[in-house]
Design a protein around this ligand. Structure first.
Ligand SMILES: O=c1ccn([C@@H]2O[C@H](COP(=O)(O)O)[C@@H](O)[C@H]2O)c(=O)[nH]1
Length: 283
């Protein structure tokens, strides 16, 4: 008899309880590499990513490498990404691969295998995906996640202002596209305890979201804190009672404090404290 791996939702909830919910990005922007005194090439990218992992993987719940910043260096950049994921996981962080993949189902199956099959060199704890070829096109990733104990975060209401023209569009049944993605996720997570493995990406920049049903019984990845202008103090105003399921993401807001490990840790700790205060205030 084969035993199923522990679901991502359970692993994430435990990490949030033990470490706090903060997710820090690993985004080797050219400007950050320069600010850190590194070359804008694959060696600089590797030094950057390794520094973040060494500073933070033993303390934050989630590290989120942004695949685009590694892919820009071609196959050697992807090899750095593979090592980054493996090292971060070995050091105790959950790794959320921010790849925002989405395609027709048969191609989606290949994306799913890339990030969610334990045999893959890019195997991660979870991956971001785009539902804009239709939520149903994500089925191969949703199914593989269930099998491999991994998670999927679906773009619902993104942090960028341009997202509204698609996500606020209203369907024939009167529901917005973003609300429909949230409804699908709620159905996917039904009955899961302590929390489902299917998350939504919902920007912390979006203001009051009380008109949406955010109670999806799954995690809400909230990018936009720091460089995009949102603060941890905004979280309760945006998410209301769902704030306890929020995984707030900060990338440049922490990374700009490098390259020293102590300064990176202190910056992450400041954001973590602010998040803790905001969530406690909502109790
Ligand atoms: O709606 C979204 C979805 C993903 N992101 C990603 O998160 C980080 C944010 O970086 P900051 O430096 O904290 O602004 C980045 O990797 C984005 O691609 C997002 O911002 N919004």
């Amino acid at each position: 008899m084969t035993t199923r791996p522990e679901p991502f939702g359970a692993r994430l909830r435990r990490a949030m309880d033990e470490r706090g919910p903060l997710c820090v990005g690993i985004d080797p922007h050219a400007a950050l590499l320069e600010a850190w005194g590194l070359t804008d090439d694959v060696a600089g990218c590797e030094r950057f990513a390794r520094t973040v992992v060494e500073a933070l993987a033993d303390r934050v719940a989630v590290l989120k490498p942004q695949s685009a910043f590694f892919e820009r260096f071609g196959s050697r950049g992807v090899a750095v990404l593979e090592r980054t994921v493996a090292e971060a996981r070995a050091a105790g962080a959950l790794v959320l691969m921010d790849a925002k993949r989405g395609d027709i189902g048969s191609t989606m199956a290949a994306y799913a295998a890339t990030y969610l099959d334990p045999a893959s060199p890019l195997f991660s704890d979870a991956v971001t995906v785009s539902p804009y070829l239709g939520y149903g096109s994500l089925r191969p990733a949703l199914d593989l996640a269930r099998e491999s104990g991994t998670g999927v975060f679906v773009l619902a209401l993104t942090s960028n202002p341009e997202g509204a023209e698609v996500q606020h569009a209203v369907r024939a049944d009167g529901a917005s596209v973003g609300a429909t993605v949230l409804r699908h996720l709620k159905e996917e997570n039904a009955g899961a305890a302590p929390m489902g493995s299917y998350g939504a990406v919902v920007g912390a920049t979006l203001g009051d979201l009380s008109s949406y049903d955010l109670a999806i019984n799954g995690p809400l990845l909230a990018p936009g804190i720091g460089a995009q202008g949102a603060t941890a103090a905004d979280l309760t105003g945006v998410f209301g009672a769902a704030v306890r399921d929020v995984v707030p993401n900060v990338s440049r807001g922490v990374l700009r404090h490098g390259p020293g490990a102590a300064a990176l840790r202190a910056a992450a700790e400041r954001f973590a404290d602010e998040v803790r205060e905001a969530v406690a205030g909502a109790a």
